[in-house]
Design a protein around this ligand. Structure first.
Ligand SMILES: NC(=O)C1=CN([C@@H]2O[C@H](COP(=O)(O)OP(=O)(O)OC[C@H]3O[C@@H](n4cnc5c(N)ncnc54)[C@H](OP(=O)(O)O)[C@@H]3O)[C@@H](O)[C@H]2O)C=CC1
Ligand SMILES: O=C(O)CCC(=O)C(=O)O
Length: 460
């Protein structure tokens, strides 16, 4: 399968293997064979392997970042930052491997002791999307290994280069054969085979809502544990009392950087009427200053859209927004660059309403729309009027509104005077409603998914 650079369609990065169901069977067999020793083996070996993986990723972050930018299209600084995040995630879970704690409780019956411990779940299937080609695999693989599970990893078709590079680093980290397995290939074949495989005890999936729901249904039907991270339609509120410059900058960042291809991107900008006109003018001007270009070129703020299909989806939503009567104030069209690629201008709509399709469905591109509201109460109602609930932000100088928003925004992550996208690597990540299903990823909360709890009673 050819891996083509979205910044330059004449540049083929490489040809990668395409596996099938038989490869999934072999990988699951290898993982099951390795599980008894790995799941009961020493935690020092796990910590050492994860630390080595993290160190190599960090040492090679420039090179791996260039590869990532070339195949996914985010800018070089964004890609190098993502690689560093992946390295730090492995380092974090190297430490966590040593900290898997239990609890000792007295029994309600005298003379009995109660121990609560965590054990690995077994062999886990990890399915990742294209938009974070190394960080999302890292935040699934690292905790899976830290807590003693074996892994079969299926990366997204569009970004095989980063997956291959990561697997190659992991293969040299001293893990016993079979503990970590990579199977590349189409989601509907390799991904589906993984989800349906009776030898897979749990599946962690990040991607679209449609595929996520199928994955969950298949796992629940056969009693496998499942965790889903899916879409967002993340709101960013701007109140009259906000610092205008701060509000404009954080909206530009979270709507358009990484080409808007983040599940945490803000696509609904909900603005109170006292600041509305000034905000729209300033953000439109800021949006027009975003430099679109080749992901590896210096000085570029926003790279291309990842693929022809995603570009087509973004353009379709831009047409829908115009048909629905939203006012286009920046962008809206493709951009010509020196090389032929999937370049699209960052696109801003004003005067949109909460019921418009562009405010209800995830576009997953550099397209955001502004909604005018009367006051904070109406803003909060619009924030929560969505099937999603991943990330929500507010720009305000009021402690009262910031505090109320943190408590009442129906989202897994809330940001005050910060972009809705761009999160830390050591704290929980995930959402509510249609955005997520199952327990949280990242930080020590990842133990909830990658372990199962045992309660043991002992007569003293
Ligand atoms: N929340 C998020 O972080 C993300 C959301 N999205 C949303 O999803 C849309 C489409 O992106 P896309 O990458 O195609 O998302 P998908 O949900 O199609 O893909 C995510 C992962 O699932 C795999 N997959 C596809 N079909 C199946 C299946 N039947 N069973 C098991 N695994 C499967 C894919 O493999 P393969 O790549 O081989 O198809 C990929 O590895 C975007 O436009 C965006 O709206 C996308 C990426 C991330
Ligand atoms: O915003 C971030 O830092 C993470 C976003 C993410 O995980 C995603 O888009 O899938």
């Amino acid at each position: 399968m050819a891996n083509v650079n979205p910044s330059d369609l004449a540049d083929t990065i490489g040809h990668y293997a395409v596996g099938g169901k038989a490869h999934v069977d072999r990988a699951v067999q290898a993982a099951r064979a390795a599980l008894p020793a790995w799941s009961t083996g020493g935690i020092q070996a796990r910590a050492d392997a994860l630390d080595r993986i993290g160190s190599e990723i960090l040492a090679r972050k420039e090179e791996l970042g260039a590869l990532l930018a070339r195949e996914e299209g985010k800018t070089r600084p964004e890609a190098v930052g993502e690689v560093a995040r992946a390295g730090n995630i492995f380092k974090f879970f190297a430490g966590e491997a040593l900290r898997t704690a239990g609890e000792l409780l007295p029994s309600v019956r005298p003379g009995i002791g109660v121990e609560i411990t965590r054990e690995p779940i077994g062999v886990v299937g990890l399915i990742s999307p294209w938009n974070f080609p190394i960080a999302i695999p890292a935040w699934k693989i690292a905790p899976a290994l830290a807590y003693g599970n074996c892994v079969v990893f299926k990366p997204a078709d569009l970004v095989p280069g980063s997956a291959w590079a990561l697997a190659e680093i992991i293969s040299r980290a001293g893990l016993p054969a079979g503990v970590f397995n990579l199977v590349m290939g189409a989601g509907r074949e390799v991904g589906q085979a993984l989800v349906d495989h009776p030898g897979i005890d749990a599946v962690s999936f990040t991607g679209s809502v449609g595929v996520g729901r199928q994955v969950a249904a298949a796992c629940v039907a056969r009693g496998a544990k499942v965790q889903l991270e899916m879409g967002g339609k993340n709101p960013q509120v701007v109140l009259d009392d906000a610092d205008l410059a701060v509000a404009v900058e954080l909206c530009a960042q979270s709507a358009f950087y990484s080409t808007g291809q983040r599940c945490t991107a803000s696509s609904r900008l909900i603005v109170t009427e006292g600041i509305y006109g000034r905000f729209v003018d300033a953000l439109a001007e800021r949006t027009r200053r975003i430099k679109v270009g080749h992901a590896l070129a210096a000085g570029v703020d926003m790279g291309p859209v990842v693929s022809a299909a995603q570009l087509e989806q973004d353009q379709r939503y831009i047409e829908i927004g115009q048909r629905e009567g939203a006012r286009l104030v920046a962008g809206g069209a493709r951009v010509n660059c020196e090389t032929e690629g999937y370049y699209l201008a960052p696109t801003l709509f004003a005067d949109s309403t909460p019921s418009m399709k562009i405010n209800r469905e995830e576009i997953f591109g550099p397209v955001a729309s502004v909604v005018r509201v009367k006051d904070y109460d109406e803003a909060l109602a619009v924030v929560n009027d969505t099937e999603f609930g991943l990330s929500a932000g507010i720009a305000t100088t009021s402690l009262k509104y910031a505090t109320h928003f943190k408590r009442h925004a129906q989202a897994g992550m809330v940001m005050v005077n910060l972009p809705t996208a761009g999160v830390d690597y050591h704290v929980p990540f995930g959402g509510r409603k249609g955005s997520s299903y199952g327990s949280r990823e990242q930080g020590r909360y990842a133990a909830e998914f990658y372990t199962t709890v045992k309660t043991a009673y002992t007569l003293a």
